[in-house]
Design a protein around this ligand. Structure first.
Ligand code: SAM
Length: 256
C-alpha cells in the first residue's frame, strides 16, 4: 500500500515546497558550502549591522561579570560568533555550549576559539536542535541567532529549548523578521533580491545559498505568530523587539 502524503509532511525550503524530511539536508548543503566565508558575508550583507543586533541579544542574556557559574546554550551557533560575544561580555564563571548540526560551521568556530585560548570556555557540539542531548533544566540561558528559520521542525526545537532551560532561565531568539515601514519595505525587497544573491555569488561562489537566505526570510512566521509558537512551547512573559524597522526581531521568553 502506498502511503498518501498529508500537507503537514511538506515544508518550505525558501520558496520551494519540499517534504519535511528533505529540508535539513538542503539546509546542510547551504552551510557546508558557505562556512569559510560565512562571517565575512554577514558583514557585507548587513553593512556591519548584524554586530549591533547580536550585541542587543548579548545585553539581554546579561551574563554575570563575576565568577558566578553561568551556562549558556547557543543553538544553531555556527561559527561561535554569539558565544565569543557573550564570553567578551561575561565573567570567569561563564561556559558556552555552541550546538550546531553542521560540522563545517563548527570547525571554523572551534579554530577561532582555539586561537583565543577559549577551549575550556566554549564547547562545540554537533547535533540537531530538534533533539537535544542534554538533561532537563541544564542551562541558565538558551539563545539562537539566525538559526531557527533553518530548522525544519521549529516547534520541536522550541520545546527542546524550554526543556533544557532551568526554571527562571531566559530564552532569546534573534531572527530576520518582516519590514512593514512604508518605503523601507520596498527598498529592503529590492536590496534582498537583487543585491544579496549577487554578493553571495561573488564572495562564496554559491548564489543559490543566498537566494535561499532571502526566500527563507520571507517564509518565516510574522513576529506575533512566532511569539505564539514560543508560548506554545511553555515559555512565559513572551515579548519581542523589532530592530532596524523590522529587518530583525529579538524574541524573548522565560521558563517560569
Ligand atoms: N548563530 C550563528 C550566527 O548568528 O552567526 C549562525 C547562524 S547560520 C545563519 C544558521 C545555522 O543554523 C547554521 O550554522 C546551520 O548549520 C544551523 N542549523 C540549521 N539547522 C539546524 C538544526 N536542525 N539544528 C542545529 N543547527 C542547525
Amino acid at each position: 500500500m502506498t502511503a498518501s502524503r498529508t500537507p503537514e509532511q511538506d515544508t518550505h525550503f525558501g520558496y520551494e515546497t519540499v517534504p519535511l524530511g528533505d529540508k535539513q539536508a538542503r539546509v546542510d548543503e547551504v552551510f557546508h558550502s558557505v562556512a569559510g566565508r560565512y562571517d565575512l558575508m554577514n558583514d557585507l550583507m548587513s553593512g556591519g549591522l548584524h554586530r549591533a543586533w547580536k550585541e542587543a541579544m548579548v545585553t539581554a542574556v546579561n551574563p554575570p561579570r563575576s565568577d558566578k557559574p553561568f551556562k549558556l546554550l547557543d543553538l544553531a551557533g555556527g561559527t561561535g560568533d554569539i558565544a565569543q560575544r557573550v564570553v567578551d561580555a561575561g565573567g570567569a564563571g561563564l561556559h558556552v555550549t555552541v550546538f550546531d548540526i553542521n560540522a563545517n560551521m563548527l570547525a571554523v568556530g572551534r579554530e577561532r576559539a582555539q586561537k583565543r585560548s577559549l577551549d575550556g570556555v566554549i564547547d562545540f557540539i554537533e547535533g540537531n536542535a530538534e533533539e537535544l542531548p542534554f538533561p532537563d533544566n541544564s542551562f541558565d540561558a538558551v539563545t539562537i541567532a539566525f538559526g531557527i528559520r533553518n530548522v525544519p521542525r521549529i516547534q520541536s526545537a522550541l520545546d527542546e529549548a524550554h526543556r533544557v532551560l532551568r526554571i527562571g532561565g531566559r530564552f532569546l531568539c534573534l531572527e530576520f523578521s518582516s519590514v512593514d515601514t512604508p518605503g523601507l519595505d520596498k527598498l529592503y525587497e529590492l536590496y534582498s533580491f537583487n543585491v544579496i544573491p549577487r554578493v553571495g555569488a561573488a564572495v562564496t561562489g554559491d548564489r543559490a545559498a543566498y537566494q535561499y537566505l532571502v526566500e527563507s526570510i520571507r517564509k518565516f512566521p510574522k513576529p506575533k505568530a512566532f511569539a505564539q509558537m514560543i508560548e506554545q512551547a511553555g515559555f512565559r512573559r513572551v515579548s519581542y523587539t523589532p530592530m532596524t524597522g523590522g529587518v530583525v526581531a529579538l524574541h524573548s521568553g522565560w521558563r517560569l
